[in-house]
Design a protein around this ligand. Structure first.
Ligand code: ZN
Length: 81
């Protein structure tokens, strides 16, 4: 089978190439931007346990707020003036 060497799923772009079309794009980005590609991947896709817990807390808070709005309706704030 003629599978991509990076993702190991898709077919290679050509018989002499190593990667599928999507992974070939990643290879081009690596050639263009070098190590900053790894930094961006770490910053955007890889999350520490603390960051994961914060994200879970945000999602849970949003679920509670959405449920509150569903039950009690939209709360409008009144300002003292
Ligand atoms: Zn691939």
């Amino acid at each position: 089978m003629n599978t991509c060497y990076l993702c190991l799923k898709e077919s290679r772009e050509s018989l002499l190439g190593y990667y599928c079309s999507k992974c070939q794009k990643i290879k081009h980005l690596l050639n263009l931007y070098g190590d900053s590609v790894y930094e961006v991947l770490d910053l955007v896709l890889v999350r520490s346990p603390d960051q994961q817990q914060k994200k879970i807390d945000i999602i849970e808070t949003k679920k509670v707020n959405d449920l509150h709005k569903k039950v009690f309706g939209e709360v409008t704030r009144q300002t003292d003036s």
